[in-house]
Design a protein around this ligand. Sequence first.
Ligand code: 0A1
Ligand code: ZN
Length: 849
Amino acid sequence: MPDIAPETIYLADYTPFGFIVDSVALTFDLDPRATRVTSRIAFRRNPEASDFDFFLHGEQLKLNSAKIDGAAVSPKITDKGLSCDVPDTPFVFEAEVEIDPTGNTALEGLYMSNGMYCTQCEAEGFRKITYYPDRPDVMATFKVTINGPHPVLLSNGNPVSSSEHHAKWYDPWPKPAYLFALVAGDLIAHPGEFTTQSGRKVDLNLYVRPGDEGKCAFGMEALIASMKWDEEVYGREYDLDLFNIVAVDDFNMGAMENKGLNIFNSSAVLASPETSTDMNFERIEAIIAHEYFHNWTGNRITCRDWFQLCLKEGLTVYRDSQFTSDMRSAAVKRISDVIDLRGRQFAEDQGPLAHPVRPESFQEINNFYTATVYEKGAEVIGMLKTLVGDDAYAKALDLYFERHDGDAATIEDWLKVFEDTTGRDLSQFKRWYGQAGTPRLSVEEAWEDGTLTLTFTQHTPPSVATPDPQPQVIPIATGLIGPNGNELAETRILEMTEARQSFVFEGLGARPVASILRGFSAPVVLTHELSDADRAHLLAHDTDTFNRWEAGRTMARQSLLAMITKDAAPDSAYLDGIHAVVCDASLDPAYRALMLGLPSQSDLASALHDQGQVPDPAAIYRAGEAMRDAMAARFADKAQSIYDACKIDAPYDPGAEQAGKRSLGNAMLSLITRRTNGDLAQAQYDAADNMTQQLSALACLIRAGDGETALAKFESQWRDDRLVMDKWFGLQVLEAKPEEAAAVADTLTKHSDFNWKNPNRFRAVFGSLSVHHAGFHHASGDAYALLANWLIKLDAVNPQTTARMCTAFQTWKRYDADRQAKAAAALDRILATPDLSPDTTEMLTRIRG
Ligand code: 0A1
Ligand code: ZN
């Protein structure tokens, strides 16, 4: 551990910066080892500030010279930044620094990826480029000159001039430094064009490395669709002459919304039918939309400080999920989002990393790009919209854009536009931003003389972050299904504000089955005791597509838990119920495929932990396998015919319709292979002309114990494609038997293509190992030890990705004493590493507890 305790920063301590930056001019003389950055920054005192000490952030910089108003100065330098005396009147600060892009393996600031220069400045990377007030509430216009021997030299905004080895850019929109970007390299542009609703022509480019030109078309279409959607749905028009996207191979996250110059992890933008799965296409479409939507929710209106991160992220995730719902199937999108929320955010809330959507303190902001800030942040916006209604939501957003354009805003500002639009008092609703933990909601029913009374109780488990949670405002969308399966009334939004509260439905002829929390109208864990027959009734008849799916999911969970704890047999009512839905050809194939999914092993471990039990990963795994066998048997009559009906005789299209068929067909292939052998999977593998079919068949073959030849074939076919090889690495770990998962991962790390410094490749192996529940938590502790070894190694090179991967251990206290001892030993070993980064230290200290 570092000798000096890392500094904790508190939301309550916010003060404005002492100076306003009027303009920034930067010149880059590119050199792989010694890039010179010359800055000229115009400052004046901030009338809203009271502290005028002049401090500029700066890390890992070599200062060659500094001047104020043209006169040389000798600032005081620490490893965090620079300070010096400055005049009371406006002044110009100039500096020349030298940085080493090649030595920058952390991928924050200016770094090299496969011979190209690129940047990542969110959250605090700009301070590794030059001395600057690197905080989001300091917004300025940037003029950038780039000198370098590269055909493509890019920065934010509009091009001013360019000649060989020289380019000038000007971004007229004031922005915080975290949105700065620079790219230089030997890149190919895939061009496009968009005319905005007011008739302005915008040039679009997707820049890729030579060889990747064939993987650009889909990304460009997705960008154009996003631009159009944001105009139509939110009235938001693009505001520069140019919009550039660049794909880079080495990137810590998915993508980054730099103004006019989005930088993408190549896995989040490059796509072709042969190399990308349907899921890849959908994810790429969503990420392109997400980054584009940030232009208004994040860039034009940014965050006052990093505690407000959810202001841009929650809203932008919410907007991208609306976009996907409109482009594809809303029902399928909602279910997929909830599966993801439960798997990642609920797990975070249940463990030592629990924090509010708007945290109140942090040590390293990079550790707070979490499922809670992003996904729960989006759920909170969904609830707000449900509570105020669609029209008021639209009005509040118009007011938000009008009132705060150009601002660095807060959650208070955001809520105020809703209060001003609707006259509602949102002070209790604001708890969703301030309290950690997932509320547990339970419901009791009383039926008398045509009146149904639903009494809800809410309780949020206390956590370190929120020791004394108060009742939340919970919108509970509720419908009533009559005995014949008909809908008895329109869905009602029950607005729960108390710890315990009743709602009454009167004038009912016969007792209905209540369909509660429709569309998953709030991010809570609902307990609704229903008879098996009533639950099956919902599975058969609920008109709410989410709750119909949820009924099946609840039956599956209950059955699996009984199999785990009581050695029960798989529930035949569940199997019959989903059999009926999956065989109903009038339903969307994608929805039918989702019906076949089971709660993840990690979700089952959570559920057991919630019930006060110690989950046994091996028993959970066995139950899942037994349930899959039972499903394969139950579908033996129909699996082949459904598989055949899912065949597509048209050229590959990544849209929802074909993707849904492939998803259902592949679910059937998996059941058929389980009951028979790998022949059908082998036939599909051999005939596949797209990655979805090829990879699904490969997974089936591995599970059938027949994967060796196909894996070798796959490797020789795709050896030169980085993104496809990530799949090859990942799949072998994901499909390994629990007792072999750590050894498989270990063997893969010895493969000549295991470039561990590339975050995608590292995640392919170790991200897969950590989501392999029974493999990662195998009693041997081998996976804990292996991951610890590699995290120790990676931390010295890339602290951000290391810290993020530590979350694999976040649930370690759920398990038995023996596993806990092994996990603790692994964690302590990492923590004892000399010079461990602050990022990893903070994460592990919180996880270790
Ligand atoms: N703002 C980006 C995500 C992002 C965050 C941090 C990064 O580096 C620490 C990089 C990207 C988004 O929401 O897409
Ligand atoms: Zn974002």
